[in-house]
Write a protein that binds this ligand. Sequence first.
Ligand SMILES: NC(=O)c1ccc[n+]([C@@H]2O[C@H](COP(=O)([O-])OP(=O)(O)OC[C@H]3O[C@@H](n4cnc5c(N)ncnc54)[C@H](O)[C@@H]3O)[C@@H](O)[C@H]2O)c1
Length: 276
Amino acid sequence: MKDLIGKTAVITGAASGIGRATAIRCAAEGMNVVLADIEGPLLDLAVAEILATGVRAIGVKCDVSDSAQVEALRDTALTEFGAVHLLMNNAGVAYGRPNHKTSPAQWQWVVGVNLLGVAYGVSAFVPAMIEQGEGHIVNTASEAGLTATPMLGSYHATKYAVVGLSESLSLELEATNVNVSCLCPELVDTKIFESVRNAPAALNLSVRPAPVKIIEELMGTVAMDPADVAADVIYAVKANRFWIITHQVTEARILQRNRDLEAGRRPRMPLGPTGL
Ligand SMILES: NC(=O)c1ccc[n+]([C@@H]2O[C@H](COP(=O)([O-])OP(=O)(O)OC[C@H]3O[C@@H](n4cnc5c(N)ncnc54)[C@H](O)[C@@H]3O)[C@@H](O)[C@H]2O)c1
């Protein structure tokens, strides 16, 4: 899809961070934009900002961990704009806990949003894209889907899963004109480490774990601007690139992991400084 003018993008997790920046970038490309998010007030603000640029945009309140809500999102987008050309399965949450202290309810929350949200997006939107003979799916994984660190086991598990789902989907769709990209950023300046704000109330996750505070300090200093990630996403859609690796440091980390895997060595902490 080299020319995006007049086409329609649906982006989940579009009220904040990478999703919001990509929605703004899609609007700048002349696309109609459907912004979906669980966080109503921020969603309204993002939609208003995009409408002010003169393109057509709507906001849809949607919990991506509920397949019926993702199907309703598709139906609303099709009713409003007639077709969906770009779907970015981007909504995500992070919760830092040692693996053995992560409760079943915490697992369900992170898996529900980060993995099932992507799977439900694929199931809901891909059939219509195949039928219309054109489409592009961007799944937001993470560098955390390619290399692992301590304390974020549920996050890594879901992001590795999104990488696998995306690779499989790309192979399945090879003979169609529906293409797939897998976005794997390292640190980006967003509200990802405040994800508990959208956790189900029953989880009672008001206190953020200490190690997350260290990462938060990096936000606003070395973390990448979400607008730069959005630019990489649009480049990948136009150039039909599967991997969207936004940070240079990720390449060295992938190489280290692959070498350790080949040599049968146990995992090591990822190489190199954060934010590059
Ligand atoms: N920020 C980073 O450093 C980084 C790095 C790699 C990957 N990512 C991934 O990027 C994606 C976007 O996150 P971000 O960094 O912009 O964080 P963010 O918190 O700023 O944005 C995430 C958005 O997802 C929404 N959301 C959360 N639960 C939802 C649900 N159940 N249904 C619908 N929407 C929901 C939030 O309301 C929020 O608007 C996530 O998948 C995240 O894992 C982020």
